[in-house]
Design a protein around this ligand. Structure first.
Ligand code: ATP
Length: 245
């Protein structure tokens, strides 16, 4: 049994005539937090959409726990417990915090039953006590940071083996960014989840990640462990001069 959770092999993707991913290769091992970094428009979101089945590569393959998931529909990939938390959170703003969490367990609710789902909710509340305090509140009335916590919490309710986080720091104040990213680290430890994190916020995300890959114009241009990347002169010059944390 290999420890590889995710392996992306030679994946290319085009929107019509515009090539956005060009033979991308990278992997995430079980238990890791890996950051996929790069400027706006580098192709990060497109990469996550290809992994989660929302888009299909024009060539190349994606393996999840040693299975080739490239041809699978998004729904089937969710059932395999590869869960995407999309950009801009996309929580249900007119539903309560609690109902948002129940919806996260939708795929296994019938099989597990309400008692076990409620047990998961209690565990999630231990990680995010603020969500417990606000469990009856409508999702749309939470602050940006709380909505991001709810989006992550809802994804945990699906019991992911691999969590894909698309820019959790987007639009959050620097202190809240730190807090949300610390939660990501905590949930890896508490819920035994592997995380692939996409970020423009290079410095803050490398502080919680084990390793990182840097994308530019649809290609991976650098990879390394977080310490190496944080002290890499090129990375410093390209990104760290203008990060917020
Ligand atoms: P961001 O931080 O802005 O999300 P990103 O690195 O995630 O950046 P992508 O969103 O993957 O980048 O976009 C990569 C490129 O693909 C950009 O040039 C973008 O304009 C283009 N693109 C994204 N979505 C579409 C689409 N639906 N149709 C055509 N081009 C698109």
């Amino acid at each position: 049994m290999t420890s590889k959770m995710l392996e992306v092999k030679d994946v290319s993707f085009s929107y019509g005539p515009i090539q956005v991913l060009n033979k991308i290769n990278f992997h995430v091992d079980k238990g890791e937090i890996v950051a996929l970094l790069g400027a706006n428009g580098a192709g990060k979101t497109t990469m996550l959409k290809n992994i989660s089945g929302l888009l299909k590569p024009s060539s190349g393959q994606i393996f999840f726990q040693d299975e080739n998931i490239t041809p699978f529909e998004a729904e089937k990939i969710v059932e395999k417990r590869l869960i995407l938390v999309p950009e801009h959170r996309q929580i249900f703003s007119t539903l309560s915090v609690l109902d948002n969490l129940y919806l996260g367990a939708y795929h296994h609710y019938a099989r597990m039953g309400k008692r076990e789902v409620n047990r998961d909710i209690e565990k999630v509340f231990q990680l995010f006590p603020i969500l417990k305090d606000r469990k009856a509140q409508l999702g749309g009335t939470l602050s940006g940071g709380q909505q991001q916590m709810l989006a992550i919490a809802r994804a945990i309710m699906a019991r992911p083996n691999l969590l894909l986080l698309d820019e959790p720091s987007l639009g959050l104040a620097p202190l809240i960014v730190k807090e949300v990213l610390q939660y990501v680290k905590q949930l890896r430890d508490d819920f035994d989840v592997t995380v692939l994190l996409i970020e423009q916020n290079v410095s803050a995300s490398l502080k919680i990640a084990d390793r990182g890959y840097v994308m530019s114009h649809g290609s991976i241009i650098k990879e390394g462990n977080s310490k190496e990347l944080l002290t890499d002169p090129e990375i410093k010059e390209a990104f760290l001069g203008h990060t917020v944390v």
